[in-house]
Design a binder for this molecule. Structure first.
Ligand SMILES: O=C(O)CCC(=O)C(=O)O
Ligand SMILES: [Mn+2]
Length: 200
């Protein structure tokens, strides 16, 4: 079987690789299976000094010891389910990287979103590769340079797509998923990560 083609974009000093149709063939089935396996909850985020419910549902799954600190809260991983494990194998084969954990975000409608941030938590190490799988409604994903915030790049993350963010992108750029008022359907995003496991 031929591997899907990847589109590479240099975002100095970093690079993204994009496979628009990586999982297009079985995207609907993946969306259903992964939503059934994920243990979603509504995390809280700190915004302008206030703590608010995050505008999305999230779930943290991974191997033993891969705990993850997010918005000041430490999350212990839920186990990876069978559909997550199958998808991980496919993501690793395309990206040529290993991942031991995944953050799932369910955007229930275009009103759900994610603000500007980098995936630069210390447990990801100094040079993380982040692989992002999108299922469901297509949404705009925007990047801005930390040094020159007016320098931006945008991708449309469609159903069944895979985006790999390569180092040092997280150190030099931020990313966000803006609200999309004209879109009504749900979208599931999975960001695969390699967390340095805590010693047992
Ligand atoms: O939903 C997306 O495409 C972005 C998710 C993201 O940035 C994250 O989980 O850190
Ligand atoms: Mn992120």
């Amino acid at each position: 079987m031929q591997l899907p083609q990847c589109e590479r974009t240099l975002l100095e000093p970093g690079r993204i690789c994009f496979w628009p149709d990586a999982f297009a063939e079985d995207a609907a089935e993946l969306l259903r299976e992964l939503c059934a396996e994920a243990c979603f909850s509504q995390h809280r985020v700190r915004l302008f000094g206030r703590e608010l419910p995050a505008p999305r549902l999230s779930a943290w799954h991974g191997e033993h010891g891969c705990s993850y600190r997010y918005s000041g809260v430490r999350h212990e991983p839920q186990p990876l389910g069978p559909a997550m494990l199958r998808l991980r194998g496919r993501v690793e084969a395309l990206c040529g990287q290993s991942f031991n954990s995944v953050l799932l975000n369910l955007y229930r409608s275009g009103e759900d979103s994610m603000g500007w941030h980098s995936d630069d938590e210390p447990e990801l190490g100094p040079e993380p590769f982040i692989a992002s799988v999108s299922l469901g409604e297509a949404r705009r994903f925007v990047l801005r340079s930390r040094a020159e915030p007016r320098r931006r790049h945008e991708c449309l993350l469609g159903n069944g797509s895979l985006l790999l963010m390569e180092p040092p992108l997280q150190a030099a750029w931020q990313h966000a998923l803006p609200k999309a008022r004209r879109c009504s359907g749900p979208r599931l995003n999975l960001t695969w990560r390699f967390v340095r496991p805590e010693p047992r």
